[in-house]
Design a protein around this ligand. Structure first.
Ligand code: AMP
Ligand code: MG
Length: 491
């Protein structure tokens, strides 16, 4: 009876469809309780959209849930199995420090995974401790929520709690657990796992499950597995184009970090580019630049080819024919990506219609920006508001010529100058989570227990297209002392 009352109060409405897949895809988990959980940050608007009661979820009882000390009614804790190409090398992986509580069914009938990250060891932990540190969990919270506000499909962050326990890295750090919300945690690596370790029936069960969950419109089609491949190619072409357009560098585009939903996942060494340079890499372990900004579309295609390979047995009873179908589908990725990218870049320049010279116009601007070490975000903002004083590049003859070409191009479309500027305002964010501002917020939180800096930053990032005067403070590029910026994974 009390249980029932509790459910109504908190709003948990969990299903466990993933747990109905063949057993090979997961391991059920026992809890690894932590000493004294404390709620650090909670996402009220997200909770409400999930049908969860904001107030009840910040109670002591619910904080136990976010720490992995207690399972909410209807939950079925499990760790998912998956494999993945890490920097090109295939490994058996799985949730080594994550626990899926269940799938929240929202009042609108949508389904979202509720996953704890940093909740302790699992059968897939290998040598790891299954834990996470406060800094990286807050970092994922800030960047994933900023991505959402930028209009980029992403997993979301519902809460971060500290555990009251220390974890050992290079130094002793505060342990923390992040509650992640995702359309699902199905990955290219989940399919690689099925193809490598499961039977064809397992693979088919996974593909059917995925179609039902993410692409129900193709369920009845006799070529549904080929369509699944095509759908993912489309979604990833859209997603990666959005990353490029905003200057987001994922940093660790291993196949286990590519979702089948088309959401950005696994905010480890990711960061936003300040100065425009396709070779930009922030991750300390990416010495070769495999996951550099300019290489992301190529890697996207490479990862999708790994996905296509796993589907071959389902595409055709004749393996060679299956391979042919897979290759044909994969060959469409480059063009799809390019068309998404051009559309987005046209909008950044206030262009509504299409002309064949547009690509050259965009590329010529980017080349000048690269040569002049221009700030990516601020250059487009300066073009939007026609404010040329802070951008050195704008003083060059080359730029002046380009500017004339651009103005002439705008003159050749029907839309007014005002409409064009409005399009630019809506397509060029004033704010990105600048690395030095994220570091400043994390340092205040982790070293001084001051969460105010982070809350203010989150507030500013929540509306990146507002272009209000209060945001100006967050638009400044990092000082030379904050460069080069380095990020780390597996923290
Ligand atoms: P990531 O770099 O976050 O994509 O993680 C790669 C793999 O390492 C995944 O299988 C993670 O679950 C696992 N992993 C990362 N950190 C830990 C940890 N502290 N303990 C156990 N497994 C971990
Ligand atoms: Mg990962």
């Amino acid at each position: 009876m009390t249980q029932k009352k509790e459910t109504i109060k908190t709003g948990w409405n969990l299903d466990n469809s993933y747990a109905r897949l063949p057993k090979t895809f997961f391991s059920s988990l026992n809890l690894n309780p932590v000493r004294s959980p404390k709620l650090i940050i909670f996402n009220s608007p997200l909770a409400e959209s999930l049908g969860l009661n904001d107030e009840a979820l910040q109670s002591e009882d619910s904080i136990e849930v976010f720490a992995g000390n207690k399972i909410p009614e209807g939950g079925f804790p499990l760790a998912q199995a998956y494999g993945g190409h890490q920097f090109g090398h295939f490994n058996m992986l799985g949730d080594g420090r994550a626990l899926l509580l269940g799938e929240q069914i929202t009042p609108k009938g949508e389904r979202f995974d509720i996953q704890l990250k940093g909740s302790g060891r699992t059968p897939y932990s290998r040598g790891g401790d299954g834990r996470a540190a406060l800094g990286p969990m807050l970092r994922e919270y800030i960047i994933s929520e900023a991505m959402h506000a930028l209009g980029i499909p992403t997993t979301r962050s519902l809460a971060v709690v500290t555990t009251g326990e220390s974890i050992i890295r290079e130094t002793e750090l505060s342990g923390a657990v992040l509650t992640r919300v995702a359309s699902s945690h199905l990955r290219v690596g989940t399919f690689q796992y099925a193809a490598g370790w499961g039977t064809v029936e397992d693979l088919r069960a996974l593909a059917d499950y995925t179609i039902k969950r993410h692409y129900p419109e193709i369920e009845a089609d006799e070529n549904c597995y080929l369509l699944l491949l095509k759908k993912l190619i489309e979604r990833q072409a859209e997603l990666i184009a959005k990353w490029q357009i905003v200057g987001f560098i994922h940093g660790v585009m291993n196949t286990d970090n590519m979702t089948i939903s088309g959401e950005t996942i696994d905010y480890g060494p990711c960061a936003f580019m300040d100065t425009y340079d396709p070779k930009t890499v922030f991750s300390s372990i990416d010495a070769q630049g495999r996951y550099a900004y300019g290489n992301q579309p190529y890697i996207g295609g490479w990862n999708l080819a790994r996905f296509a390979e796993t589907l071959i047995p389902l595409l055709h009873e004749n393996g060679e024919k299956g391979l042919e179908l897979a290759q044909e589908a994969i060959s469409s990725f480059g063009e799809l990506y390019q068309s998404n990218w051009i559309t987005g870049m046209r909008a950044k320049l206030g262009i509504f219609n299409e002309e064949s010279e547009d690509e050259a116009l965009i590329e010529d601007l980017l080349k000048m920006m690269e040569k002049d070490h221009a700030d990516y975000t601020n250059t487009f903002i300066a073009l939007t508001f026609d404010k040329h004083e802070n951008i050195d590049l704008f003083g060059t003859e080359e730029f002046k010529e380009w500017h004339e070409r651009w103005q002439a191009r705008l003159g050749r479309q029907q839309q007014s100058k005002d409409a064009s500027q409005q399009l630019m305002r809506n397509s060029n964010p004033a704010l990105i989570p600048r690395n030095h501002r994220v570091e400043e917020a994390l340092s205040a939180a982790v070293k001084q227990g001051d969460y105010g800096v982070m809350e203010k930053l989150l507030g500013a990032l929540s509306n990146p297209y507002a272009h209000t005067p209060e945001q100006a403070d967050y638009c400044t590029p990092p000082p030379p002392s904050a460069r080069p910026y380095r990020t780390f994974c597996g923290t």
